[in-house]
Structures are given as structure tokens and as C-alpha cells.
Design a protein around this ligand. Sequence first.
Ligand code: ZN
Length: 192
Amino acid sequence: MTDKLLLPLILAPVIIIAIAAVVFLILRSDGPEEYEVGLTAVATLESPSGEAMGSVTFRQAAAGVLIMADVRGLAPGGHAFIVHETGACTPDFEAAGDHFNPEDAEHGFVHSAWKRDDSGGHGGDLPNLYAHSDGSARADFFTVGIALDRGPDHSVFDADGSAIIVHEKPDPYGEEEADTGARVACGVIRRG
Ligand SMILES: [Zn+2]
């Protein structure tokens, strides 16, 4: 057998393996999950003493969820704004449990990056809200950390539902030990 024949014989399996690898990667990354675009949900916020503090509206988009907050009655300044794992605000706001965390990730956008954990934080972690001097805050967020469909692991409509909470202090996003203070507003996320 000459060298001219040997080379293609050696290369053939390499090429076949390379093609198989490319096909495998394409099949694995066939885009985001299919969501039911247009699904909506709403959380009506209350203070610990039951006063109305505005609402949060959720809208499922093709690649994530649009969250629109319209809050009042806050102390001026920054407030952590986080989806919690249980759909309950009674008997007190502790009933909402910890941060919604379907991926068993570390808290905070910065913390997770700093630890070289590519999770990007808890599914329920959101940017802070900043209240004006009159106590009102409006903000829109887009997140891939939650879904309104019932199927995905990161659906807020899992067996025990989810709630959204406004905290007393801003979230340092995990750069330091998170102390976001008291839970000042809570709302169970319900189908809109
Ligand atoms: Zn968190």
C-alpha cells in the first residue's frame, strides 16, 4: 500500500467524527425553549400591614419574561426586587421562602461571575428598584430566569407557586454578603 492511499484511509474516520460532532452540537443548541408567548401574570403588592403598594405585571415573550413594576409607598432609594420560591405572603412575608432558585445557583449576578459559576445568579434575582422621593418606583425588566408556562423547571407556576418581594435595602448583587433587610412589599404571582 502506498502513502497516497494510506492518507485518505487515516483521514476518513477523523472527518466522520468531526461531522458527527458538529451535528451533535447543532442538535443540542436548537434555540431557546418554546414558550407560550403572550401569557400574562400579575402580583398585587401589599405592605406587612395590608396596605396596597402597587402591582407587578408579567408577560411571557419568546425568549424570556418582561416584568413591569409599578410600586408606591416605598422609602426613597434602592430596594432589592426578587421573585421568591413560594406563592404565599401570609401569615407573614417569610412564607414566600427563599429566592426562586430552580437551578440551585449562587445568589447575585456579580457573585456568580466572580465565582466563575456560569449560572448568572438565582432565577428570581432581578435588578434593584429605585424609589423617588415620593415613594413611587416604576421599572421594566426582562429576564430569562423565570417562565410563565407551566412546563419548564423555571416556571413560576410550579407546585407551590411563587411570589415577588420588594426588600428594604438594595441588593449588592452578591459582591458582599447580601443583607437586603426587611421584606417591605409582597405579592403572590397569579395568572393575569
Ligand atoms: Zn438570589
